[in-house]
Design a protein. Structure first.
Ligand code: DQA
Length: 158
């Protein structure tokens, strides 16, 4: 996705939209390091999140990009239209200060999500620049994490 290419689908009146944001390389899930990230595709995770969110009357808008600026643009979009953000920033987690700043300007619950247990892996993965602006983090639960994240959002929204 680059500026102008992404057309949000969930903009109807009265919808409670949750932006689900996926960072670099998550489009390769299913093929990419399955021993770490599992065999489900990103589409499978989005489906699980959408399904779980629907139980709470929430609509998921999903954006995946391999480019940090696109993720920033999506967060700006969410400022006007989404009630919460669930974000798996991929490797941008560990250095993406522009994403940090964009999320800091979002007024609502933010769940940081990782398939793997990032704190138990290489030392460089233990730093998250997103964590300081997230309401909380879910990591290490694989596919279940996407459902847990939507449950957390629903609970936080009340
Ligand atoms: C990840 C963990 C990151 O360290 C990594 O760069 C990813 C995926 C996860 O979901 O476990 O791309 O965010």
């Amino acid at each position: 996705m680059s500026d102008g290419e992404w057309t949000p689908v969930s903009t109807g009146e009265g919808l409670r939209v949750v932006l689900l944001l996926s960072g670099p390389n998550l489009n390769l899930l299913g093929e990419r390091e399955p021993a770490i990230y599992g065999t489900d595709t990103l589409e499978d995770h989005v489906e699980a999140a959408t399904d779980e969110a629907a139980k709470y009357g929430l609509t998921v808008e999903h954006v995946q990009s391999n480019h940090e600026g696109d993720l920033v643009d999506a967060v700006h979009w969410a400022r006007e239209r989404a009630v919460a953000i669930v974000v798996n920033p991929g490797a941008i987690t560990h250095y993406g200060w522009s994403l940090h700043d964009a999320l800091a300007a979002f007024d609502g619950p933010i769940v940081e999500l990782h398939l793997s247990n990032t704190t138990g892996r290489e030392p460089w993965r233990r730093t998250s620049v997103v964590a300081p602006v997230a309401t909380g983090t879910i990591a290490g639960f694989g596919r279940l994490g996407y459902r847990l994240a939507m449950e957390a959002v629903a609970d936080l929204l009340g």
